[in-house]
Design a binder for this molecule. Structure first.
Ligand code: SF4
Length: 364
């Protein structure tokens, strides 16, 4: 029924979504304070909308070395971040011998091995890792859970069509929906608090949006580990095959946000990226969103470098305008701390960061 809603129904759908948000999350809107660590900007995939990936011969191709990572972590620690966000290209060592060589020089055989050690470094410095390394094997998920407070993988969309000829994922073997659903399921099996999401406006149909939301809901019903779902609007990037592809209309995007709130269970947090929706945050909260994601005081959004994070003051004002309060959380949601999802190693660090309700403890 929902997928057939016309635009005239947006107000009704929004009202329902807003009611669900208030029932589930009250008047609290959350965010987390992070440092963004783009370990490598090479990737085995070639998503047609991606402005982040580079080829090895480009002057700004980068594999961060441990000393670079440590320096970013220390800066984050100094300004009170709780989250070390490791987001980077998927398994570039599989297609680029230069990455393989660099990793070998550092003593690693894969990015996942390297990531593990960098997560350990973050924990040593008192930050909680949240890693987005792309699709993973079950063994990789099991290993990384030891050093991560939570992990993430955007489902993007379950529509196989989008991986076909001319589709945005045609040249991205890692974007096959089954592989991504499998990774999310492994995370469920190994009790990893998990973030996933949809990229909206890349040529999908509304039916495919609904099917994607239902797939996430089914996995959550089975494992109970989906802590948040990001509904992200596509924005065209220069020098990409989709640079002149139109972004989704705000009406369409708003409706997807509301559909997500209605389709997902009450206990899944719904996140929208505030830097991609300036001036519209209050409206999207009224469409059911209750989380504004990771905001960094020192590092840019490397995936969307031309869309700066809004200041906390701007966010507070937007949230206050819908009679809600902005509250800082950790990269792991309170429920999963209480349920004992964290490994001993991660829990040891987390305990000094959360308050009695499981949100971020106040700090000077
Ligand atoms: S969007 Fe992610 S997976 Fe796709 S090419 Fe860019 S870095 Fe790789």
């Amino acid at each position: 029924m929902l997928e057939k809603c016309g635009w005239t129904d947006l107000e009704d759908v929004g009202r329902l979504a807003d009611r669900i948000r208030r029932r589930s999350f009250g008047d609290t809107i959350t965010f987390s304070k992070n440092v963004f660590i783009p370990l490598v900007n090479l990737c085995r995939n070639k998503c047609a909308y991606c402005g982040f990936r580079r080829e090895p011969w480009e002057s700004d191709a980068r594999l961060l070395h441990p000393e670079d990572v440590k320096s970013i972590l220390l800066q984050g620690k100094r300004v009170g971040c709780s989250e070390a966000l490791f987001t980077f290209g998927e398994k570039p060592e599989e297609v680029y011998p230069s990455v393989q060589r660099e990793l070998q020089k550092m003593g690693y055989s894969s990015m996942v091995e390297y990531l593990y050690d960098m997560c350990l470094e973050a924990l040593r410095l008192g930050l909680l890792p949240h890693s987005n390394p792309g699709v993973l094997t079950e063994e990789e998920v099991r290993a990384l859970r030891e050093v991560n407070a939570s992990m993430g993988l955007m489902l993007e969309n379950v529509g196989k069509r989008l991986c076909g000829a001319g589709g945005p994922h045609e040249r991205s073997p890692g974007k096959r929906p089954k592989l991504r659903l499998d990774t999310i399921a492994y995370a469920g099996k190994w009790r990893v608090p998990f973030t996933t999401g949809l990229l909206v406006g890349i040529g999908e149909t509304l039916d495919e949006i609904v099917a994607s939301l239902q797939a996430i809901r089914s996995l959550h019903k089975k494992y109970g580990h989906i802590q948040e779902v990001i509904i992200q609007n596509f924005t065209p990037k220069k020098n990409t095959p989709m640079s002149s592809y139109p972004p989704p209309s705000f009406n369409y995007f708003s409706r997807v946000v509301a559909l997500a709130r209605i389709t997902l269970q009450d206990d899944i947090s719904l996140q929208i990226p505030p830097n991609l929706n300036p001036g519209k945050i209050d409206f999207l909260i009224r469409m059911g969103a209750n989380d504004l994601g990771g905001i960094s005081p020192i590092t840019p959004d490397y995936i969307n470098p031309h869309d700066p994070w809004p200041s906390l003051e701007v966010l507070k004002r937007a949230v206050a305008s819908v009679d809600a309060t902005l509250r800082e959380r950790l990269p792991v949601y309170p429920k999963y701390i209480k349920k004992g999802y964290l490994s001993d190693m991660v829990a040891e660090v987390a305990v000094s960061l959360f308050d009695e309700e499981g949100f971020r403890r106040r700090y000077p």
